[in-house]
Design a protein around this ligand. Structure first.
Ligand code: IMP
Length: 429
């Protein structure tokens, strides 16, 4: 049995945290490979609720090695805060967590640059999480970023930091921004942060290779979702990292041949936070009903999520990009009380996914109506116990997307799950 990638098949918030936590029982290592503390993975264990932003959900399993890979951007203050919260809950973070020495560092001025760019009159705001994610990746791609390893070479770090700070000051002057930033104080604070995380910092690509060589299995945990991928998503309404399966290779430093399966996580309907095209969005009462039933509010920012019906063309597209071996359908129970459920089966006269957001805004979804099952599915653990119409709905999604549904989540708890016996997913996990 090999290594798998688990990632979002829609616009994020599909429930990956629970899925990764559940499957991590069978893996020795769980690695994040992109994004930063813009992610919000909520996991319920008994009466405890954990919202993980930067640290992989696998950390909640004692003994599982959690890895923050080189493709992740790290805000050390946010990381330390999250570590402390987990430690207070009894998690052995310092033993279990490894942080890549090649990961890029988010500084407070990245958030200010983001505010500047989101606030510009001549730009459509993306509706970001305001965590400085995009500007940090900009510095990375611009080859002026600072990586964790740099902080352990204080002289080099101070020179790089001075150049970066000068850049940002010039930018602030140009755009007439007057936020008081004490650059020296930040620099010294970061040197102290670096010391606090030092025992966990290492070459995580090497660590992953050594683990795989020793026959230990790795689960690569995606953040955000495929349609927020900077290359393949609804650009520019995307995040700034590679949220599709390919990102696992570059963001963890592993070859594509190390991956045996790719699991796509999708809600039984669709949601999106932030701006951007959303063909099946429901703006009226039905959307509001889904939002209430599914408690669709952002885990990181608390923003209400936009809600809509399941979108088959979108899933077919993300399947094409990621090569899903299997789908996990989450939040089925949210649809329990609907008389009828609509599914977008195609975009009228459009076969390919439009490349521009204008193109996607213009598509006309074609819907098929399916009867609702009007009974409780919450907490069910056996496929045979699902109401026949719920089984029909899942079969419909599987037939139309061309991917098996290997697992269904019927509630937030670990055991509120149906794993389909004999599925490819059951083999992989
Ligand atoms: P950023 O990642 O903060 O730059 O935000 C870019 C876009 O990605 C915005 O529309 C955010 O709402 C969205 N986004 C970022 N992280 C997540 C996530 O974990 N779930 C859902 N949407 C996200």
């Amino acid at each position: 049995m090999g290594n798998i990638v688990v990632l979002g098949a829609q616009w994020g918030d599909e429930g990956k945290g629970k899925v990764v936590d559940l499957f991590s029982e069978k893996f020795s290592v769980v690695a994040r490979y992109q994004g930063g503390h813009n992610a919000g993975h909520t996991v319920f264990i008994g009466s405890q609720k954990f919202v993980l932003k930067l640290i992989p959900s696998g950390i909640l399993r004692p003994g599982v090695q959690a890895v923050i890979g080189n493709g992740v951007v790290v805000d050390p203050a946010a990381l330390l805060e999250e570590m402390e919260t987990l430690e207070r809950a009894g998690v052995n973070v310092r033993e279990q967590l490894a942080i890549s020495n090649r990961a890029h560092v988010i500084f407070p001025f990245h958030r200010i640059v983001e505010k500047m760019s989101e606030g510009r009159q001549d730009r459509v705001p993306i509706g970001t999480t305001s965590r400085g994610i995009g500007p940090c990746y900009e510095d990375k791609i611009g080859r002026r970023g600072i990586r964790i390893a740099d902080m352990y070479e204080p002289e080099a770090f101070c020179a790089m930091y001075a150049a970066l700070a000068e850049d940002k000051q010039l930018l602030a002057q140009t755009f007439d921004i007057h936020e008081a930033i004490d650059y020296e104080k930040i620099r010294d604070e970061y040197l102290r942060f670096a010391e606090r995380i030092r025992p966990m910092v290492c070459d995580t690509a090497q660590l992953l290779h050594d683990a795989m060589q020793a026959g230990r299995r790795v689960l690569f945990e995606g953040a955000q979702g495929s349609m927020l991928d900077v290359d393949n998503g609804t650009y520019p309404f995307v995040t700034s990292s590679s949220a599709t399966a390919g990102g696992a290779c570059t963001g963890a430093g592993i070859p594509p041949t190390a991956i045996e399966g790719v699991i796509g996580v999708s809600k039984a309907y669709t949601t999106r936070v932030g701006s951007g095209p959303f063909p099946t969005e429901l703006l009226g009462e039905v959307g509001e009903r889904i939002r209430r039933a599914g408690n669709e509010f952002g885990a990181v920012t608390g923003r209400p999520r936009r809600c809509g019906w399941f979108d088959v063309p979108l899933l077919r597209y993300t399947t094409m990009i990621n090569g899903f071996s299997s789908l996990v359908i989450t939040k089925l129970d949210v649809l329990d009380q609907f008389d009828e459920i609509l599914v977008c089966t195609e975009y009228r006269n459009t076969k390919a996914m439009p490349a521009t957001f204008r193109g996607l805004e213009a598509v006309e979804p074609v819907y098929e109506k399916l009867p609702g099952w009007k009974s409780e599915t919450r907490g069910l653990t056996r496929h045979a116990d699902l109401p026949p119409r719920a089984r029909d709905y899942l079969r419909f999604l599987s037939e139309r997307t061309g991917v098996e549904v290997g697992c269904i989540s019927t509630g937030p708890e670990r055991d509120e799950t149906i794993l389909i016996e004999g599925s490819r997913l059951a083999q992989l996990v």
